[in-house]
Design a protein around this ligand. Sequence first.
Ligand SMILES: [Zn+2]
Length: 129
Amino acid sequence: MNKHWKVLWRKENGARVFKVCETVAEAKEYRTKLRDKGVTGDIHLISKAWPYGIQKNAGPRPRGYLWCPYCVKWRVFKLLSFRTKEFPTPSEEVLCEVCLIPIQNYNVRKYNHLELEGIKEIQKMIADG
Ligand SMILES: [Zn+2]
């Protein structure tokens, strides 16, 4: 399986850094290397190329979480402010707090059965558990 994976962690100054790996095995190996080098915070493995449905071992949805098909985990989705080169004016969007995939993403909606809901309904659903 030649999927593309991203290993994501934060430097001591809080900056997000990542390394792209070919396979999940390579990504896990890199995570071990980072641990050996003394990285102590969270090190996340993100699927860049392929969305994953809810895994059998993931358990039921914790209150306030949605399934992130790219983190392959239950994650908190938050209203975050961001800007890009193309859109230099800061805009707000509900994103996975780790991999920053927007809640509007087709696969995020699909795996959380949110195909038809608007953002307000989704936020209410998250808050209500
Ligand atoms: Zn995510």
